[in-house]
Design a protein around this ligand. Structure first.
Ligand code: ATP
Length: 248
C-alpha cells in the first residue's frame, strides 16, 4: 500500500488561456513535511489551489489520500486539511462557529479537543467567541490553521501560514506540526518564502520556477545545508536561481 498522501502527476494548470503550471510531478508521503519555494508568481499558490480542489487542472492527476481531487472530491477533501487564508474566513462568524461548521462538514461529533487545546496554547481562547471581522491578521491566521487540523487530516496544506504569527506562536505551531508528522499522522505541504522554516523544519524542499519544479533538496542535503558555513539554503537557492546549478 502506498504511503503517499499527495500524488501529483503530469499536472498542467492555469487560468483561461494562461498556463501557469507545466509538467508538475510531486509526492508527499505520510510522515513527511515538504516545503515549496519559488519566486513571486512562480505558481506556488496555484499549485496549492489545485491540490485542495479550488482550481481544476487542465490535465494530469492530483490524488489526496488515494482519491482524485477532481473525480472523488468529497473523499479527497475528507482527508485534507487546508488552512483557509485570513481574508477568506467568513467575517461574521465567530472562531468557535467556524470550527463547529468545519467539524460538522467533516462529520465529527464535536470540535477536536486537541485543536481546542492548541487554540488555548496559541492564546486564541479569548477570541473564540468574537467575530472573525474583529480579529487581528495573526489571530485569523491561527484560526485558519486550526480549521485545517480538524478531523485528523492525512494531508495538511499551508500557504504562507506563518506570516503574521508572533514568534512564540509560530514556534508552537511548527512544533505541533512536526509532532504530527513525526508520529506518522499526516504529511504537510507548505508554500513559503521563509527559508529558515524550509531549512530547519521541512524534510524535503522543492523549488518551483516559472511553473515547473526545477530542483529538490533531499533530507540529507538539507542536513548538510543546516550545518554549512556557506549560507545554507539561502545560498543554495540563490545559486539555483542565478546559475541553475546546485550549490550543495
Ligand atoms: N485568478 C487568477 N487569474 C489569472 N492569473 C492568475 C490568477 N491567480 C494567479 N495568477 C497568475 O498565476 C501566476 C502564479 O501566481 P501564484 O499566485 O500561483 O504565484 P505564487 O508563487 O504563489 O506567488 P507569490 O509568492 O507572490 O505568492 C502569476 O503570474 C499570477 O499573476
Amino acid at each position: 500500500m502506498s504511503d503517499a498522501v499527495l500524488e501529483i502527476s503530469a499536472l498542467r494548470a492555469g487560468y483561461g488561456e494562461r498556463v501557469v503550471l507545466r509538467d508538475v510531478d510531486l509526492r508527499v508521503a505520510r510522515g513527511e513535511w515538504l516545503a515549496l519555494l519559488g519566486a513571486n508568481g512562480s505558481g506556488k499558490s496555484t499549485l496549492l489551489d489545485v491540490c485542495v480542489g479550488r482550481l481544476a487542472p487542465t490535465s494530469g492527476t492530483v490524488r489526496v489520500g488515494g482519491h482524485s481531487i477532481v473525480t472523488e472530491a468529497v473523499a479527497a477533501k475528507t482527508k485534507l486539511g487546508y488552512a483557509v487564508a485570513p481574508e477568506r474566513l467568513p467575517p461574521l462568524l465567530s472562531a468557535r462557529e467556524c470550527l463547529a461548521v468545519q467539524a460538522a462538514a467533516k462529520r465529527l461529533a464535536s470540535i477536536d479537543a486537541e485543536v481546542l487545546e492548541l487554540a488555548e496554547a496559541l492564546r486564541l481562547a479569548p477570541w473564540l467567541d468574537d467575530a472573525v471581522a474583529l480579529m487581528s491578521y495573526g489571530t485569523r491566521q491561527k484560526l485558519g490553521v486550526l480549521l485545517a487540523l480538524l478531523g485528523e487530516p492525512e494531508l495538511i496544506v499551508l500557504d504562507e501560514t506563518f506570516n503574521g504569527l508572533d514568534p512564540a506562536s509560530g514556534l508552537l505551531l511548527k512544533r505541533h506540526l512536526r509532532a504530527r508528522v513525526d508520529a506518522g499522522r499526516c504529511g504537510v505541504l507548505l508554500a513559503t518564502h521563509a527559508l529558515d522554516i524550509a531549512e530547519h523544519w521541512a524534510d524535503r524542499v522543492s523549488l518551483l520556477h516559472e511553473g515547473r519544479l526545477v530542483h529538490e533538496w533531499s533530507r540529507a542535503e538539507l542536513e548538510r545545508l543546516r550545518v554549512s558555513r556557506d549560507g545554507g539554503l539561502e545560498a543554495a537557492l540563490a545559486e539555483q536561481l542565478v546559475t541553475g546549478k546546485s550549490a550543495n
